[in-house]
Ligand binder design. Structure first.
Ligand code: GLP
Length: 250
């Protein structure tokens, strides 16, 4: 595991974007695993800026997103498909047909999960997976106490996650209660992982995830077992790690 520190959110975003840029420059046909949430927004903005300057080309890139709310159409402004189109895809030259987000409206959710797994395997797996982390230690929408060895599946969201994500909806009732997410097993199969985190509210869970016991109670703790994990975090998010394991930060 490599932990890269950054003084602030903007710097965290630039450093993470640099890692993704290197991947795309070296391997233009890369399969990028992408994430939503507020944390990666700065990464996407930076990639867009470099694309517009002519430094990056996404024409051959393929992407798979981690997750999608059940019951939200791609046109719903809180769906993750909408988020990706608005915040990244529509600003760069990735062909829309190369982008994949689970279908939150599928009638047969189980079939959708199997379809999504076969999309990922058909692409030859994920070269670089970008991850945020939830306050419960969730990655994608893999909530605490779920099996580590699941591929794409449907999850019931924890109340804490519904509350955290309610800031994007006009009321708590509007937050979907279920989501389709790549499972931990699918995430762990990515060749490289890039976790981004910022802000003091993530400091404790980041420490528990990276240095605590590996347990389904903290889904992100499994990342300790990945052989190519890079964590890029700002100083606020690294506060507890810096205090308890000061030599861990490169
Ligand atoms: C959501 C997403 C996760 C994301 C998490 C944290 O629940 N499913 O992929 O990592 O939120 O989001 P934020 O970056 O806004 O803190």
């Amino acid at each position: 595991m490599k932990i890269v520190s950054a003084p602030d959110y903007q710097s965290m975003s630039r450093k993470a974007a640099n890692i993704i840029s290197a991947q795309v420059i070296l391997f233009p046909h890369s399969v990028l695993g992408l994430a939503t949430g507020s944390t990666p927004l700065g990464v996407y903005n930076q990639l867009i800026e470099w694309y517009k300057k002519g430094d990056l080309d996404f024409a051959s890139v393929r992407s798979v997103n981690l997750d999608e709310y059940c019951g939200l159409s791609p046109k719903h402004d809180q769906s993750y498909r909408f988020y990706m189109d608005e915040n990244f895809f529509s600003h760069v030259n990735i062909p829309m047909e190369n982008t994949n987000v689970p279908n939150g409206l599928a009638d047969d959710v189980e079939a959708e999960c199997r379809r999504y797994d076969s999309v990922i395997s058909g692409l030859g797996g994920i070269d670089l997976q970008l991850l945020g982390i939830g306050h419960t230690g969730h990655i994608g929408f893999n909530e605490p106490d779920e099996d580590f060895d699941k591929m794409t599946h449907c999850v019931k969201l924890k109340q804490k996650t519904i509350e955290a994500n309610s800031r994007f909806f006009s009321s708590m009732d509007e937050v979907p209660k279920y989501a389709v997410t790549m499972g931990i097993k699918a995430i762990m199969q990515a060749k490289k992982l890039l976790l981004v985190a910022n802000g003091e509210s993530k400091a404790e869970i980041l420490y528990r995830s990276l240095f605590g016991p590996i347990t389904p109670a903290v889904p992100a703790s499994i990342l300790q077992l990945h052989n190519d994990l890079t964590v890029v975090a700002d100083d606020d998010a690294l506060a507890v790690i810096r205090e308890k394991c000061p030599t861990a930060i490169g």
